[in-house]
Design a protein around this ligand. Structure first.
Ligand code: MN
Length: 244
């Protein structure tokens, strides 16, 4: 088995190293990741300049671009073969509910999925890398599981509570919950007196009901949500047709 690995926290992130170690025990791995933290970059591709790929001392490749750039380059010519699986992460913090739209971690997996390759995004519920070993072990177990009953390709979003493996309650298939609107932007002045804005933190959880990713992880379970990319609001199609 050949596994392509990426992330959005950059090629030096402990979560990437942990995921690469876990995967190298069960597969041939290639690692290609951004040269720095590109969290929140979503599915963006860099089109206004060329990209360079550099090989680090540990064999990881790093790119002056986004997570989607990394996987795109890897799948469209850099490596001369198609991986069997793409894994992304382990992210430094949760990607649940609406986070998945902004997440570069999920986007790296999505890029593989769009190329027809099964993909799994992994995140720890809390940032800071506590109990990273437990999350890496979960990643390995889930990849070994294989998901033979799932149609190919699949796109799975996994969030792991920051607990030792033995303390995790189990694994639950979930739907995405929802958040409230983001917190307001933070206004400040730069040293020259010009107004600047910092994007505020994500909103508080609005739907953490039974069956959601928020609910499962709060109860100590690993959450796995199967994702799809079709944004069509099918239920509104008829109403729209009538209004035309
Ligand atoms: Mn990140």
């Amino acid at each position: 088995m050949k596994i392509l690995i990426s992330n959005d926290d950059g090629y030096l992130a402990p979560g990437l190293t942990a995921l690469a170690e876990a995967m190298s025990a069960i597969a041939d791995i290639m690692v290609i990741a951004p040269d720095g933290n590109r969290s929140g970059s979503s599915n963006s591709l860099t089109l206004d300049r060329p990209l360079s790929v550099t090989r680090a001392a540990n064999g990881f490749y790093f790119v002056n671009g986004t997570p989607s750039d990394c996987v795109h380059i890897a799948l469209t010519g850099m490596f001369g073969f198609k991986p069997d699986l793409i894994v992304s992460g382990i992210n430094n913090g949760q990607n649940m509910g609406d986070d998945t739209l902004y997440s570069g971690t999920v986007a790296a997996a999505t890029e593989g999925y769009l190329f027809g390759i099964p993909a799994i995004a992994f995140s720890q519920v809390h940032g800071g890398w506590a109990e990273l070993d437990g999350a890496a072990q979960v990643a390995r177990e889930l990849v070994e599981r294989g998901f033979a009953d799932l149609p190919r390709p699949f796109l799975l979003n996994v969030n792991v509570p920051n607990l030792p493996r033995a303390a995790l309650k189990g694994i639950r298939a979930t739907r995405l919950g929802k958040r409230h609107m983001s917190e307001p932007v933070i206004r400040a002045k730069d040293p020259h007196g010009r107004e600047i804005f910092w994007i505020g933190p994500t909103g508080a959880v609005r739907d953490a009901g039974e069956g959601t990713d928020f609910n499962a992880t709060a109860a100590g379970f690993v959450s796995i949500t199967p994702l799809q990319i079709d944004l069509t609001h099918t239920a509104q199609l008829d109403a729209l047709r009538k209004s035309l």
